[in-house]
Ligand binder design. Structure first.
Ligand SMILES: [Zn+2]
Length: 255
């Protein structure tokens, strides 16, 4: 690691030490080490193929969608990587306000961050929901039913269609999650943007809200992020390696 990177890491360590309420924002760049390629998160949920009107209106699309079920089951098998665990350490230290994520893989929770501390902007592949009555089912339950030879993807409550509880193209954005995320962004003292280039609104507003409220901003991402010029510390590198060094540094200072 170059001297320059080392200095940036030192600056980030200082910001983390000074912070009491950290909001972590994660994108697909965080999960690339977990056997989930960069395509896992949002591309499933935003492709036109699986768009909500198409899903509801077209049996062929639905059948095809359920053929990708194996991919959804992969989510059950995916394991958090060291970067997920590093974020969990912030929770253990009492510094984590919440995680806002664009990922649908549920790996923050698997790494030990409580469910109520994770705001999933694009929904979750860990759950399946009925498009009619909105009832949620654990993915493992539905996968088991399919494995037992059940043909369909039908709600046992109302007979409605089941689909992964992700936000699809053409589906209304999750207002509650967006509002909750905004509230946390406006009340944090440090906002860390990790592995996301934030091209999508309204997610892209979150660090702006944080800066407006006087929070510091750390960006760790390969390639440019849309908020680069506002960052207090900007590290253009893979999140995994850098984040571990920052958290180690924080722990050493606290010890
Ligand atoms: Zn239902």
């Amino acid at each position: 690691m170059t001297k320059e990177i080392q200095e940036l890491i030192e600056e980030a360590i200082k910001l983390v030490l000074d912070a009491q309420k950290i909001v972590i924002f994660t994108g697909t760049g965080l999960s690339t080490d977990s056997g989930m390629s960069g395509t896992t998160g949002s591309s499933i949920s935003t492709s036109k193929e699986s768009s909500f009107p198409t899903f509801v209106g077209n049996p062929t699309t639905r059948r095809k969608s359920w053929q990708t079920w194996n991919m959804f089951r992969m989510i059950e098998l995916a394991q958090p990587n060291p970067a997920h665990y590093a974020i969990t350490e912030l929770y253990t230290m009492g510094k984590l306000d919440c995680v806002i994520t664009q990922n649908v893989d549920g790996l923050h929770q698997k790494a030990g961050v409580p469910d109520e501390k994770v705001i999933e902007l694009h929904g979750s592949l860990r759950r399946v929901k009925c498009v009619n009555c909105d009832r949620r089912y654990p993915i493992i339950e539905v996968a088991k039913r399919l494995g037992d030879g059940e043909e369909g993807s039908i709600c046992s409550e109302c007979g409605g269609l089941l689909k992964a509880a992700t936000v699809s193209f053409g589906e209304p954005p999750p207002t509650a999650e967006i509002e909750e995320a905004e509230q946390h962004a406006r009340n944090c003292d440090l906002f860390m943007l990790l592995g996301s280039s934030l091209m999508v609104y309204p997610a892209a507003y979150m660090p702006i809200y944080a800066k407006e409220a006087g929070a510091k901003l750390i960006i760790i991402n390969v390639g440019a992020a849309s908020m680069d010029e506002s960052a207090d510390v900007l590290i253009d590198m893979d999140v995994g390696k850098v984040l571990l060094r920052i958290i180690e540094g924080v722990k050493n200072k606290l010890a």
